[in-house]
Design a protein around this ligand. Structure first.
Ligand SMILES: *C/C=C(C)/C=C/C=C(C)/C=C/C1=C(C)CCCC1(C)C
Length: 257
């Protein structure tokens, strides 16, 4: 085996001035790292099943932080998209986001089968996305269309199917609010990814001078940290409501804000 210089072993690529994409890899890494610490520490501020929800938020950003650590280096060292790390990250974090939906509706009768349905749709979406983006680029449009079926399945479940029905039946304001905010992330925030995907050569948007990693990195920051923050605020609101229930709300100046 060849001996590699120390710097190669550490995979320390050089971040050059003006490398916007490289900057977003570093910022993404640090932001995911910081968000994880925040979500883990805040567990003690919330009650019951919301602790688990925050743990999952922290795991999502932590898994992403570790992948960004590697993606950053691969990108700097080779100038190539770190597609493999990207999809490994998503295959772990997207199903965990599905678990977040389940955790929120579980106290109101949410079923494990609903969670597995969402996970199955997301794995479908990502496997075929990977095939189109990495293994069979000439047919990326076809694979993208097949992948989109999984995305549509998720949207169906959360807007019309089980998740929606249980959230409505819960009659619980903070649950409804959390579910409807998280749904926006899936509808609008997740739509960023197919846009990135269509930038690959031969794709529908390949004419645009936009970089795929830039699009994915922005998408990840919004969807992983933002999604976690929505879960966090629902957790705090719900835990406070519990605390304040026996006390006269009007006596607390904070409660009036
Ligand atoms: C944290 C990472 C997240 C939330 C990743 C989400 C990824 C997607 C919603 C990807 C969707 C795709 C399509 C709908 C079609 C083209 C292929 C994909 C995989 C980019």
């Amino acid at each position: 085996m060849e001996t590699l210089p120390f710097s190669t072993l550490l995979l320390v690529g050089e971040l050059r001035p003006g490398d916007v994409i490289g900057f977003t890899f570093f910022t993404g890494y640090m932001a995911m790292f910081a968000a994880s610490i925040f979500f883990f520490l805040e567990r003690s501020q919330v009650e019951g099943h919301w602790k688990t929800s925050l743990t999952i938020s922290g795991l999502i950003t932590m898994i992403a932080a570790v992948h960004y650590f590697y993606m950053r280096d691969q990108y700097l060292a080779s100038g190539q998209s770190p597609t493999e790390f990207r999809y490994i990250d998503w295959t772990l974090t997207v199903p965990l986001m599905c678990v977040e939906f389940y955790m929120i509706i579980k106290p109101f009768g949410g079923k494990v089968s609903t969670m597995w349905k969402l996970i199955a749709y997301s794995v479908w979406m990502l496997v075929f996305g990977y095939v189109g983006e990495s293994l069979d680029r000439p047919s990326s449009a076809l694979w993208g269309a097949v992948s989109t079926l999984g995305y549509v399945g998720i949207l169906y479940e959360i807007y019309l199917g089980d998740v929606k029905k249980i959230a409505v039946a819960s009659n619980d304001a903070s649950t409804l609010k959390a579910v409807s905010l998280l749904r926006w992330f899936v509808l609008v925030g997740w739509a960023i990814y197919p846009i990135g995907y269509m930038l690959i050569p031969g794709g529908l948007l390949s004419g645009l001078s936009l970089n795929i990693d830039l699009v994915y990195n922005i998408g990840d920051a919004i969807n992983k940290i933002g999604f976690g923050l929505v879960v966090y605020s629902a957790a705090v609101a719900n835990s406070q409501a519990h605390h304040e229930a026996p006390v006269q709300q009007s006596q607390s100046p904070v409660g009036q804000l």
